[in-house]
Ligand binder design. Structure first.
Ligand code: UTP
Length: 280
């Protein structure tokens, strides 16, 4: 199929200051929930959605990410044919099922800037974005799989949204728009976006629908990002660039099925660990 999505971009260059001192020498995306790093959960979600090319935007001090998605010959040699070999099964599967490419964001100028830094790895094709610190889980199809199905129908940018308490709107990009009906989805699950604000005060928020860390983006986003001025927090915001696409009716927000844990915050991280520990 033309324009089939193959690549997933993982912006992973942020400082992770909320997890200092843990994140001084270890990338936030490598913090484990039980035994698996956050980023590996994200890569597995992308593989499940049928993507085979992982494009990772890293920064200084993030080399552990590249080592993780590579063979460790010494380790392989030490545990081959021993009772411990099964501990490597999952990561071996990941490494053999996709390819990894990397670029560095030189200055941390925000999520929009990190996505623009990934252009060299993506090129002129639609792509998925996963923020690994938003950890998602669903007993049915994974969140990205649900979104790819929508992209195949609507061929425009798709953002995953979740209802949040009004008092928390200042932590998220918040959207508003008109409901689209879809025969297989609950009413209100799809919204054609016509407004979008980054981290609004509750009194200025257009709704309580917050964007979480899953996106499908069409490649025109790169030119828009190139021309996007720094916004909230003096950072280049993906929300501002998406608003440009939304003005032409080209952004759909999707209330996904599943759970999401904000592992960029200590509370969400602890919640995720408890959830996966009880689930296993
Ligand atoms: P966050 O704002 O949650 O990450 O960005 P952070 O800045 O690392 O966290 P704190 O606030 O300091 O604790 C969401 C995602 O975007 C990436 C981050 O790595 C994270 O996965 N990001 C953010 C970049 O890659 N580059 C940036 O300039 C900013």
């Amino acid at each position: 199929m033309k324009n089939k999505i193959k690549k997933c971009l993982f912006p992973a260059a942020g400082y992770g200051t909320r997890f200092l001192p843990a994140t001084k020498a270890i990338p936030k995306e490598m913090l484990p929930v039980l035994t698996k790093p956050l980023l590996q959960y994200g890569v597995e979600e992308a593989i499940e959605a049928g993507l085979n090319t992982m494009a990772i935007v890293t920064g200084r001090g993030k080399r552990a990410i590249e080592d993780h998605f590579d063979i460790s010959y010494e380790l392989e040699h030490q545990i081959k044919d021993t009772s411990k070999e099964h501990y490597l099964t999952e990561i071996r599967d990941v490494i053999t099922n996709c390819t990894f490419s990397y670029t560095r964001q030189i200055e941390m100028k925000g999520l929009g800037h990190a996505i623009l830094s990934g252009e060299t790895l993506i090129g002129e094709e639609p792509f998925a974005v996963i923020l690994a610190d938003d950890l998602c889980d669903n007993d049915g199809d994974a969140v990205l799989t649900q979104m790819i199905r929508l992209y195949e129908k609507y061929s425009c940018s798709i953002v995953a949204v979740e209802e949040i308490p009004m008092k928390d709107t200042n932590k998220y990009g918040v959207i508003a728009g008109d409901t689209i009906s879809h025969p297989e989805l609950d009413s209100g699950s799809l919204v054609r976006v016509n407004d979008m604000v980054e981290k609004p005060d509750p009194k200025d928020a257009p709704s309580n629908l917050a964007i979480i860390g899953r996106y499908i983006l069409t490649p025109d986003i790169f030119d828009i990002l190139r021309n996007t001025k720094p916004g909230k927090g003096a950072e280049i915001q993906i929300t501002d660039a998406l608003l440009e696409q939304a003005k032409n009716g080209n952004v759909i927000a999707y209330k996904f099925e599943g759970k999401r844990f904000d592992c960029g915050s200590v509370d969400g991280f602890v919640e995720a660990i408890n959830y996966f520990y009880t689930k296993e």
